[in-house]
Design a protein around this ligand. Structure first.
Ligand SMILES: O=C(O)CCC(=O)C(=O)O
Ligand SMILES: [Fe+2]
Length: 261
C-alpha cells in the first residue's frame, strides 16, 4: 500500500497562516500552521469564565471522557436527523457564551476570508445548517485517530470534500503535557474498518510507529491548524485544564471552504 506509507510532508516545522500555507495544509504538504495570538489572554480568560458557569456534556463512547459544549457530526454519524435537530440548541449554547467574551468562530471565518480566494461559510445542506464551534475540555488525553468525512461519514452533504483540516483555539492550557501530535501518515480508504467498528474508535499505534511527526504545544491564545486526515493524538495533560474551541474546515470540489463541528 504505497499510498499509506509514503511521506507526504515536503517541509518540516510549523508554518504561519497565509493563503499558501493554508493550501499546502489542505494538500497534506506541511505538518501544521500556528496562528500566534489569535485571541488575547484577557479574551480567553473571559470565555473560560463564561464556560465555567455552564456544564460540559460527556459521551459514554469516549474513554477517557472529553467534556463538550456544542454538538458533533462525528458523534451523530448514523443519526443525521438527531444532529440537525440538535443544531439550534448547540448554536444557542455556544453563542450565549461567545456573547460574553468574543466569537472565535466569526473571527476564524473572517481570517479565512482574508486569505482564501473562494467562499468560506458554515456548512449548509438540504437537511439544515451544520453547527460550527465545539468547546472541548480534555482532562487527560485523546487517543490516536483521524477525522475525514469522505471515509467515515458517507451520505452526509459534506462527504464530497477533497480535504479536511481543523482549527483549535486554546483557551486554557494544562500545566504540562497536552500537546497534539500529528503524524505524517494519512488515513486511506483501506483503513476504513478502523472506524466502522464503534468499539474501535482509536487506531493501532503501529500505524505511525516509524512516521515523522510534529508536536503542537497547547498555548493560550494560539490557534493550531492541521490536516485531520493525518493520524493525531493528544498527549496526557498534567495540572490545569486544556480547554479549546474548534471546528473542522473542509474544501469542497469547487474550492470553497465549509466549517462544521
Ligand atoms: O485538541 C486538539 O489539539 C486536537 C483535537 C482533534 O482531535 C481535532 O481537531 O481533530
Ligand atoms: Fe481529531
Amino acid at each position: 500500500m504505497p499510498s499509506t506509507s509514503q511521506a507526504r510532508w515536503s517541509a518540516q516545522g510549523i508554518s504561519e497562516f497565509t493563503q499558501d500555507t493554508l493550501r499546502a495544509l489542505l494538500d497534506s504538504q506541511i505538518p501544521a500552521i500556528r496562528f500566534r495570538g489569535f485571541a488575547t489572554q484577557a479574551e480567553c480568560e473571559a470565555l473560560v469564565t463564561a464556560i465555567d458557569e455552564d456544564a460540559f456534556a460527556y459521551s459514554p463512547q469516549q474513554s477517557p471522557p472529553i467534556g463538550r459544549i456544542g454538538i458533533t457530526q462525528y458523534g451523530h454519524r448514523t443519526a443525521p436527523e438527531a444532529y440537525f435537530a440538535g443544531v439550534p440548541d448547540a448554536h444557542h449554547a455556544v453563542q450565549q457564551l461567545f456573547s460574553r467574551a468574543f466569537d472565535p468562530v466569526a473571527r476564524v471565518i473572517a481570517a479565512l476570508r482574508d486569505v482564501w480566494p473562494a467562499a468560506v461559510e458554515v456548512a449548509d445542506s438540504e437537511r439544515g445548517r451544520y453547527h460550527a464551534g465545539l468547546i472541548r475540555l480534555i482532562h487527560d488525553y485523546a487517543g490516536l485517530h483521524f477525522d475525514f468525512v469522505p471515509i467515515e461519514g458517507r451520505g452526509w452533504s459534506i462527504d464530497d470534500i477533497t480535504a479536511q483540516i481543523s482549527w483549535n483555539l486554546h483557551l486554557s492550557a494544562p500545566g504540562s503535557g497536552g500537546a497534539c501530535v500529528v503524524y505524517d501518515r494519512r488515513c486511506e480508504v483501506e483503513h476504513e474498518a478502523v472506524k466502522a467498528d464503534p468499539d474501535a474508535l482509536l487506531a493501532d499505534p503501529e500505524l505511525v510507529s516509524d512516521r515523522p511527526f510534529v508536536t503542537l504545544d497547547s498555548i493560550v491564545g494560539d490557534i493550531v491548524l492541521f490536516n485531520t486526515r493525518s493520524y493525531h493524538e493528544i498527549l496526557p495533560c498534567r495540572g490545569g485544564r486544556r480547554i479549546t474551541v474548534s471546528s473542522f474546515i473542509g474544501r469542497k470540489p469547487d474550492g470553497s471552504l465549509v466549517l462544521w463541528s
